[in-house]
Write a protein of this length. Structure first.
Ligand SMILES: [Zn+2]
Length: 88
C-alpha cells in the first residue's frame, strides 16, 4: 500500500487516486485536421520514462487534478503540486 500527497487534502491512500496522463501530453488540435497517425500517437504512444516522471493525477475524493512527480522505479513521490491553468 502506498500513500500519495494531494496538494489540497494531504496524504491519502493510493486507492483514492487515478492516473490521468503524462504532464505535457497535449491533445492535438484542431481535431478535424488531426491525421489518424497523429491521433493514434496521442492515444497510444507515451514516454513512460524509467525514473522521474511528471504526471497528472486525479484525487477522486476531492475531484481535483494535480501534478505529481514520482520515480517510476523506486515509487518515491518527488513532488505534488496544483495543476497550473491549462496544462494537461
Ligand atoms: Zn484531494
Amino acid at each position: 500500500m502506498q500513500v500519495f500527497p494531494c496538494p489540497f487534502c494531504g496524504l491519502r491512500d493510493e486507492t483514492e487516486f487515478h492516473f490521468a496522463v503524462e504532464a505535457g501530453h497535449a491533445r492535438p488540435e484542431p481535431a478535424a485536421e488531426v491525421s489518424d497517425a497523429d491521433w493514434a500517437a496521442y492515444l497510444y504512444l507515451h514516454k513512460a520514462p524509467k525514473g522521474a516522471s511528471r504526471e497528472v493525477w486525479l484525487h477522486t475524493t476531492c475531484g481535483e487534478y494535480f501534478i505529481m512527480t514520482r520515480n517510476t522505479v523506486s515509487r518515491e513521490v518527488l513532488s505534488s503540486e496544483a495543476l497550473p491553468g491549462g496544462e494537461a
